[in-house]
Design a protein around this ligand. Structure first.
Ligand code: 1CP
Length: 349
C-alpha cells in the first residue's frame, strides 16, 4: 500500500473520513501486561528505548491488540538531551531525572559530535517498524518541542511550575535562546533521520507549552516548532507534521494559521463548541478525549466519544486523547473505544 493511501495520511492532506482514523498517545506502555513483561526483559526503561528488537515489539503490541490506524515509534522525548551528552536516568514512580543545566556555559559544553551515533538504535527501530507494520498502518516518528525538552534539561526532571526554566528565559533570554536554537537544529536533524529510516508522519510534542503567558507561547513554543518544521520540510516537503501545543488555550488559533503545520492535536481542556467555531476547517484536528474517561469507561466514555464524533463529522479529523493514556487504564476500555469510533456498537442513549 502506498503511504498516501493510508487513512492517517489522507486526513492530514485534508480529506474527511467516516469513521476517522484512530491512534492514542502513549498507546504502548504500562497499561498493557505484555508491555510490562517486555520492559522487565529489557532492564531499564532507557535500555528498552535503545534496544531496537524490543522497542519494535512494544510498538507493535497495541497494533496487534486494537488495529490502530497509526503506530508511534517507541522512544522518549528525552533521548535528545541524552544524545547531547546530558546524564539521564528514570526513577521508578518518579519519572525522569537529568543533571540540570544551569547556564549558557553548560549549554556550550553539550556534545553534538556523538549525537546520531547515540541515536542509531532509534533509527534502527524505525527501520524495523517500517518492515514489520501492517500495510495499512502509518508510522509516526516524533520528538519533543524545544521548550518542553529544555524544561527537563534545566529543571533536572519533571516540574510543577517550571520556575527555574522560565526565570532563566526572562532574565537571560539570549543565553536561553542558545539552548532553544541548539534544540531546534538537532531536533530537525533527528526528525529528518527518522523520515529517512521510514517514518511517514511526524508529531512534535510541546506538552508544557501551557506554562507560558500567551505572548511567550509564540516566542518559545510556536516559533521554535515552526523553525524545526521548516528545516525538515526543506528536505522532506511531503511528510505531514502534527503539532501538540498542550494547554495554550486561545493560542491554538495561532497554531492553526501556520501553513507549514498539517495537523493540530487538541488537549482535553478545549470546549468543543469553541473548537468548531475557531479551528475546524483551518487544519486537520486530532484529539481530544480526556484520558481519565478511558479509565472510567461506561456511559461517561460512550457519551463523550459520541459527542466528539458528532462535532468533527465531515471535517478532516483524527480520533485521539487530549494527552497520553495513563497506566491504570483497563485494556478492555481501549477495545470498547476503538469499536465505538469505528461504529461497531450502537450509539448511547
Ligand atoms: O516505566 C516506564 O515504562 C516508562 C513510562 C514511559 C513510557 C511508556 C515514559 C517515561 N516514556 C514512555 C514512552 C513515550 N514517551 C512515548 C512512546 C510511544 C507511545 O506514545 O506509545 C512518547 C511519544 C513519549 C513522549 C514523552 N515523554 C513526552 C511527551 C508526551 C506527553 O506525554 O506529554 C514527555 C513529556 C515525556 C517525558 C517522560 N517520559 C517518561 C515519563 C514518566 C515522562 C515524564 C512525564 C512528566 O513529566 O509528567
Amino acid at each position: 500500500m502506498l503511504s498516501k493511501d493510508k487513512t492517517l495520511i489522507r486526513v492530514l492532506s485534508g480529506e474527511s473520513l467516516q469513521p476517522p482514523p484512530i491512534w492514542l498517545m502513549r498507546q504502548a506502555g504500562r497499561y498493557l501486561p505484555e508491555y510490562r513483561q517486555t520492559r522487565k526483559q529489557a532492564g531499564s526503561f532507557l535500555d528498552l528505548c535503545y534496544n531496537p528488537e524490543l522497542a519494535v515489539e512494544v510498538t507493535l503490541q497495541p497494533i496487534r491488540r486494537y488495529g490502530f490506524d497509526a503506530s508511534i515509534l517507541f522512544s522518549d522525548i528525552l533521548v535528545v538531551p541524552h544524545a547531547l551528552g546530558q546524564k539521564l536516568w528514570f526513577v521508578e514512580g518518579q519519572g525522569p531525572k537529568l543533571t540540570a543545566l544551569e547556564n549558557a556555559a553548560a549549554v556550550a559544553q553539550l556534545d553534538r559530535s556523538g549525537f546520531h551515533d547515540r541515536l542509531a538504535p532509534v533509527y534502527e527501530t524505525v527501520r524495523g517498524l517500517s518492515q514489520a507494520l501492517p500495510a495499512e498502518t502509518a508510522l509516526i516518528g516524533f520528538s519533543g518541542a524545544p521548550w518542553t525538552v529544555a524544561s527537563y534539561m534545566i529543571e533536572g526532571g519533571s516540574s510543577r511550575d517550571f520556575a527555574t526554566a522560565k526565570l532563566w528565559a526572562y532574565k537571560d533570554p539570549s543565553g536561553f535562546s542558545q539552548l532553544i536554537d541548539l534544540l531546534v537544529e538537532m531536533t530537525a536533524e533527528y526528525l529528518c533521520r527518522q523520515i529517512e529510516a521510514g517514518a511517514e508522519v511526524l508529531q512534535i510534542f510541546d506538552s508544557w507549552a501551557g506554562a507560558w503567558p500567551a505572548d511567550q507561547v509564540i516566542k518559545w513554543s510556536l516559533q521554535p516548532i515552526l523553525a524545526i518544521v521548516r528545516a525538515v520540510k526543506a528536505k522532506h516537503p511531503h511528510v505531514p507534521v502534527i503539532v501538540f501545543p498542550k494547554g495554550v488555550g486561545p493560542n491554538y488559533i495561532a497554531f492553526a494559521a501556520i501553513e507549514e503545520f498539517d495537523g493540530l492535536s487538541l488537549d482535553s481542556s478545549l470546549p468543543l463548541g469553541w473548537v468548531k467555531d475557531n479551528l475546524a476547517g483551518k487544519i486537520t484536528l486530532q484529539g481530544n478525549l480526556d484520558p481519565l474517561l478511558l479509565v472510567s469507561g461506561g456511559d461517561a466514555l460512550a457519551a463523550a466519544v459520541d459527542k466528539i464524533l458528532e462535532i468533527f463529522a465531515g471535517t478532516p479529523f483524527i480520533f485521539n486523547l487530549g494527552h497520553g493514556i495513563v497506566p491504570q487504564t483497563p485494556p478492555e476500555h481501549v477495545a470498547e473505544l476503538v469499536a465505538r469510533v469505528r461504529g461497531q456498537v450502537s450509539k448511547a442513549g
